[in-house]
Design a binder for this molecule. Sequence first.
Ligand SMILES: Cc1cc2nc3c(=O)[nH]c(=O)nc-3n(C[C@H](O)[C@H](O)[C@H](O)COP(=O)(O)O)c2cc1C
Length: 315
Amino acid sequence: MNVMDRTFEPDLTVDLGSVRLSNPVMTASGTCGYAFELGDFVDLNRLGGFITKSITLEERAGNIPPRTVETTGGLLNSIGLANVGLERFIQEKVPLLEKMTIPVFVNVAGKTIEEYEEVCRRLSEIAVIRGLELNVSCPNVKEGGISFGINASATGRLVGAVRKACPETLLIVKLTPNVTDITAPARAAVEAGADVLSLVNTFTGMAIDIETGKAVLGNGTGGLSGPAIKPLALYQVQRAYQEVASPEGIPIIGVGGIVCAEDAIEFIIAGAAAAAVGTAGMINPSCLVKIVEGIRQYLKRQEIKTIKELVGTLE
Ligand SMILES: Cc1cc2nc3c(=O)[nH]c(=O)nc-3n(C[C@H](O)[C@H](O)[C@H](O)COP(=O)(O)O)c2cc1C
């Protein structure tokens, strides 16, 4: 290509299984509400895709406050999956999602495999929903309250059951990073039928008020997000890409501490096909479109024709 060609426009499109995004930048679950809550601050339709907060079968009030606390370079939250529940989501929120012009993905959480199956089956019948993201970080109440996602076989059983309940639906499995070896749940999810992997969810952590001697969060512990986790998330994406996603041809959505285009590009070089932004968008929602623009400028500068060429190019 002629380096002086100023009209050169890189191709930013990304394919998540059968769903094409116009660019790789997505919202991360739980940080951008159900639909247009951030719509006054950012033109969401300029993003590649929208992922909702987690939806559960029943309405949930969430954990007792305080539910968020800032830490150095990060944010701890213990929201506890507060949400309106499946019925109200379908009645009140889906009509808003129908106004979106970008692909919409709904994140699903549950306490039992049966709950995931039921929520996913109902949501898979709704045309505007282009795919489901399974939040596997939730406690499995039927198997001792341990998170599905920290056990590879529990992850596999959950994904396999949802795959069977919704054979046609694009299934994204969002992994928890709170494991010794991310490749084990990643492999289990793919073998059970995941179309896309999304990683990572938050890292379990806590903060202590030294005046009272008590945990700051009402729940005691919470999940750490934001820039503090970026190197950790990047490492897990790179491992999952090399060992599982690349050999199996499965796209990854990279998540964790992305605040600017350069961060998102690191994730793409590590193996992510797309990048989701959470905490940074809560601080400054307009950063989401700036990240799209920054990626475009980078590809132009580097004379890379398509974003797909950059995925997993780590040397
Ligand atoms: C306030 C808050 C709420 C969240 N809620 C959810 C959720 O409902 N479901 C989910 O799968 N992840 C949830 N997450 C995790 C994010 O989607 C993301 O995986 C994590 O925050 C790391 O990305 P970040 O550093 O860009 O925020 C939440 C994160 C935050 C900060």
